[in-house]
Design a protein around this ligand. Structure first.
Ligand code: USQ
Length: 376
């Protein structure tokens, strides 16, 4: 395959590039460093901050690398050129602002998130249509698109019977932030272009990813990926491990009954590989739910305490979200196509703790406490 990874500077992007390279595919990487700029704008830095993508790409086999903004007019032209020149046939699209709290900070942050994410994906769809509609787009969506409905969550589509008539519709979405909403809008736009232009798209509704090491980028190598712990870009397990190591309270928001889907970063790599090897057909909008375990937040906190110690504190929930709810998403698609999950264990939590311990003196305590409230 000739694979283009959009958003390759990020937590998942670089490991994905290495994963495809290791399987002898041609890989081109791209990014616009938006996340690095956003981090600087709010005064946070990840605990592990890899080199710039250009530097890593050069060092690694001189991988073709392009720095451009996909959401802009120029970005559309640049993307068309890359698709033509590198004869791309598979695109993995991670190039989006990934943080729910960032999107809820302010009006301008909500707009920046949605414009970047939605306009970028629109440019991608138009570029694929123009250059080669047969290119397979693998798009990173999120489990949070669905919210927490009181019925089982299917993989993207729902068969319904209404007043005696039957149809198949996109699963109703009720997400919990402007960020998650941006991915809902993307999903609708993508499904529309599959239907209208015959594009082929796989939309991955991914849960919360944990882990710092992959097969090609072990946590103790220069190819390890980034690690965020701050209240904006840090996800729940990462944050709890850092809090435990620092001996400060583990901040469970509310009662901690919120349930979410989780997966190991190594399983993300495998899922994207499977999606590329079993592509959507022309005109197909294929949706796969990409998580391997579901836990409530309090359970994650308990696992951390049991593995490496710490003290749990139930803090007032800064978000508007259900803390007690039904949660039963289907996740057959990747398992049936060969995914063997790595489950969360005390050993893995210990491994993550070992990986980040050397960097603990970089922690900025003021960026840990939850400050971003959903109701401004
Ligand atoms: N939470 C706490 N304490 C904390 C941090 C978070 O209790 O210190 C809770 C939150 O209230 C929430 C849950 O943990 O109920 C998950 O929060 P999170 O910040 O780990 O994850 P989330 O905001 O949902 O977003 C993350 C990624 C996003 C991805 C999404 C997958 O940042 O890019 O799309 O996970 S999912 O959650 O399935 O939508």
């Amino acid at each position: 395959m000739n694979v283009l990874i959009l958003g390759a500077d990020g937590y998942l992007g670089w490991p994905t590039a290495l994963h495809f390279k290791a399987r002898n595919h041609n890989v081109t990487v791209a990014d616009n460093y938006l996340k690095r700029r956003m981090e600087r704008s709010i005064g946070v830095t990840p605990l592990i901050l890899p080199e710039l993508l250009e530097v890593r790409a050069k060092q690694f086999d001189n991988m073709p690398c392009h720095i451009f903004d996909l959401s802009k007019e120029e970005g559309f032209k640049t993307l068309c050129n890359i698709l033509e020149q590198d004869r791309i046939n598979t695109i993995v699209h991670y190039a989006e602002q990934p943080s729910a709290p960032f999107s809820m900070r302010s009006r301008s942050a909500a707009i920046e998130t949605q414009v970047n994410n939605i306009a970028g994906t629109l440019n991608l769809m138009f570029a694929v249509k123009k250059v080669n509609p047969d290119i397979h787009i693998i798009k990173l969506g999120t489990m949070g698109e669905y919210g927490t409905p009181n019925i089982d969550i299917e993989e993207g589509w729902l068969d319904i019977t209404h007043k005696g008539r039957e149809d198949k519709v996109l699963f109703p979405k009720r997400p919990g932030s402007f960020y998650h909403l941006s991915k809902v809008h993307d999903s609708h736009n993508l499904e529309f272009t599959c239907r209208i232009w015959g594009l082929r798209v796989t939309d991955h509704n991914q849960g919360i990813v944990y882990g710092v090491g992959t097969e090609e980028g072990p946590y103790d190598s220069d190819n390890r990926t980034s690690f965020h712990y701050d209240e904006t870009f840090g996800t729940v397990l990462n944050r709890f491990i850092v809090q435990s190591l620092l001996g400060i309270p583990i901040t469970v928001y509310g009662t901690g009954g919120q349930q979410r889907g989780f997966l190991d970063i190594r399983d993300t790599m495998k899922c994207v590989q499977i999606a590329a090897e079993v592509p959507a057909a022309p005109g197909e909008f294929k949706v796969r739910n990409q998580y391997t375990q579901k836990y409530c937040v309090m359970h994650i906190a308990d696992c951390v305490v049991k593995a490496i110690g710490g003290k749990i504190e139930e803090v007032p929930n800064p978000r508007v979200e259900a803390e007690q709810h039904y949660y039963s998403p289907v996740n057959d698609s990747f398992i049936l196509d060969g995914l063997t999950p790595h489950f969360l264990t005390a050993g893995l939590i210990q491994e993550m703790a070992d990986a980040i311990s050397p960097f603990l003196d970089r922690v900025r305590l003021q960026s840990i406490d939850p400050k971003t409230k959903w109701v401004l």
